[in-house]
Design a protein around this ligand. Structure first.
Ligand SMILES: *Cc1c(COP(=O)(O)O)cnc(C)c1O
Length: 397
């Protein structure tokens, strides 16, 4: 646990936007993290769905070290092999055509919004196009991404946003339909809502939206920042639904620890952005794209999706057992290794107890614990997690 002295030292120089847990992490190994006192923690948060392979992974570290020795950064005015390789692998894995690398998920959303507006602008020369986003969605904190985030509390102080955004109820096809106008240029949502509480899209909803978007030439943008990159047992969550979006955003596990995101466009919008329309100094530099490229290789060589499906089903079973056993638990839902456990009470005290007992779990909203562990966890790791969680449940009660 943290000393008051260190807490004061850190807090006095950092803008207070996070209420941090009282722990100072030092290093990681496998699916465990170690604090500066050497205490060990089982990690079921993975840096919020980032560290898909866990920590201290030789093969991954080697790739990054080699790239540091060659070239870390060069501007987007020039080509590099890591960027070209990473772009091809991401395009292939997503079934889409062209990639723009960003430095975060938020920036990927910004890019996707620009694609939609430019696509519509090129069609009719007007500029007052609308975007439909979902209630309880999360897309990031910059002004554009915030403007499509369905949490009024996050937006309130920072109005006005980009404008021309309307919100519909997630999984309510009729509500989305009722909000479409001649000006609608895009519909954006997460195939599995993450921050909003781990709510997977229903098949009729996502397929229904695909159909309307085709009929009305509206771009379907799916935010795969959290639910993508193998998290749900497919490389991208929309692949569970038999549809292809027009634009996706990726980040989090895309680089497994280096700051990188991307937006990827399909055939329809592949030429929407033209030279001069978008840019980034760091975006897709050789250091981060060497990581992305390696991540895709390791997904294959380590059969990550098989593990997500096996261990994900096991985790689901164990969580269902808990729901049957404890009145404080309401339900569990999710896909693969993206699971939510909804409580009838706020989850904060349970998460704090788990931390004391050496388990990292995080919330999604006030009443839901979210499980987004490294994708390499084993059934034994799940058993260990459940044991600590159960002890925490009993202790708080
Ligand atoms: C985390 C997240 C973002 C924002 O990504 P950053 O890398 O934090 O900017 C956007 N969309 C979803 C669904 C996310 O989970």
């Amino acid at each position: 646990m943290i000393t008051n002295e260190f807490k004061e030292y850190a807090e006095s120089a950092i803008i207070h936007t996070y209420n941090r847990f009282p722990v100072v992490f030092d290093h990681g190994d496998g699916v465990y993290l170690y604090d500066t006192n050497g205490k060990k923690y089982l990690d079921f948060a993975a840096g919020i769905a980032v560290n898909a392979f866990g920590y201290n992974v030789e093969e991954y570290k080697e790739t990054l070290k080699n790239q540091i020795d060659k070239l870390m950064h060069i501007s987007n005015l020039y080509y590099t092999e890591p960027m070209a390789d990473a772009a091809h692998k991401l395009a292939k894995a997503s079934g889409l055509k062209r990639v723009f690398f960003t430095n975060s998920g938020t920036e990927a959303i910004e890019g996707a919004i620009k694609v939609a507006r430019k696509y519509a602008f090129k069609k009719d020369g007007t500029t007052d196009h609308e975007i439909i986003a979902m209630e309880h969605s999360f897309h990031g904190r910059s002004m554009g991404a915030l403007s499509v985030t369905g949490n009024a509390h996050y937006r309130e102080a920072f109005q006005p946003g980009i404008g021309n955004v309307v919100f519909a109820d997630f999984n309510d096809l009729e509500d989305v339909k009722s909000k479409i106008t001649d000006k609608t240029c895009a519909i954006i949502f997460e195939a599995v809502q993450g921050e909003g509480g781990i709510y997977p899209a229903e098949k009729e909803f996502i397929q229904g939206i695909r159909k309307i978007c085709d009929e009305k030439d509206i771009l379907l943008i799916l935010d795969e920042v959290q639910c993508g990159m193998g998290r749900t047992g497919k490389m991208f969550a929309y692949q569970h639904y038999g549809i292809l979006p027009d634009v996706i955003t990726s980040a989090k596990a895309l680089g497994c620890g280096v700051p990188v995101g991307a937006f990827v466009v399909g055939e329809k919008a592949e030429n929407a952005l033209e030279p001069g329309d978008h840019g980034s100094t760091y975006g897709g530099n050789p250091f981060v794209t060497a990581a992305v490229s390696k991540v895709f290789d390791m997904f294959e060589s380590r059969n990550i999706l098989d593990n997500v499906n096996n261990v994900g089903a096991y985790l689901d079973g164990k969580l269902r057992e808990l729901v049957g056993k404890y009145d404080v638990l309401k339900e569990t839902r999710g896909l693969g290794l993206m699971r939510g456990l909804e409580f009838n009470v706020p989850v904060g005290p349970y998460i704090n107890k788990a931390l004391e007992r050496g388990l990292l779990i995080i919330s999604a909203g006030t009443h839901i614990i979210r499980f987004v562990p490294p994708l390499v966890i084993t059934k034994e790791n799940v058993d260990e997690m459940i044991q600590i969680l159960e002890a925490s449940l009993q202790e708080v009660e």
